[in-house]
Ligand binder design. Sequence first.
Ligand code: AMP
Length: 284
Amino acid sequence: MDIITDIADMQSRSLAARESGKRIAFVPTMGFLHEGHASLLREGRKRGDILVLSIFVNPTQFGPNEDLDRYPRDFARDEAIASAAGVDWIFYPTADTVYPPGYSTYVDVEGGLATVLEGACRPGHFRGVATVVAKLFLSVQPHVAFFGQKDFQQLAVIRRMTQDLNLPVEIVGMPIVREADGLAMSSRNVYLAPDERRQALAIIGALRLAGQAAREGECSPRKLLLLAEGCLHREPDLQIEYVTIRHQATLQETATIDADAVMLIAVRIGKTRLIDNAMLLAKA
Ligand code: AMP
């Protein structure tokens, strides 16, 4: 497994691999890997000849009061997980390499997809995400790239950007990997104190409660939201940023519940912000 820190080196290796007919599979991450990332890597391993993992805590997607400085990092552990998953190359650039002095070019996905929900709570977030993913694609030159549905809106924004910029990359969305008790895996879960970790289970509780009611025939978004909010309100330290039901492709609000309806939740527990989602009519 090679570790590549230089963008020109990354590009020339990828271009040489492509010229020799190799298919490049790519999993972009911010590191501190867990089983969710590993599931993307395993799928990438199956679908590419060369598997590239990037580890880059992207400063442009963090707001001024967010957790950039304390974002968890453990490169040695990430290397071990990557090696076990069969990664060929880790692309591990520094922030100065990606954004050298004078850097001025950004990718803005406009319209409803990127301005609602996470875009509204975290101004500039998707500009940073779209910019770094475009730059990572240009560095790694993948044929196929894997993203988790855990970051549901991010996946929609990246699909939109890839299509709009005619980037020749197949985007694959992968299911959410959860802890045994249902909490969606996230690098940020390490921030949670034990009691916060327990309170965080209200998120999956709310998604399951609403999903069950929807599958039993409740088709009023308002009633499903009340059920979910009731579940979240039972935890004293949990603050709701949003609980909403949207159409999965447009992320606009839905008037009724159908196979496209997704419930999305963002909460704060203490200093930690968590997001999760579920397709309401999907099998539990
Ligand atoms: P991150 O390192 O948090 O930026 O995530 C890197 C990629 O892993 C993104 O495509 C995420 O959506 C994906 N991911 C993170 N957590 C999970 C999870 N629990 N299940 C599936 N994919 C995940």
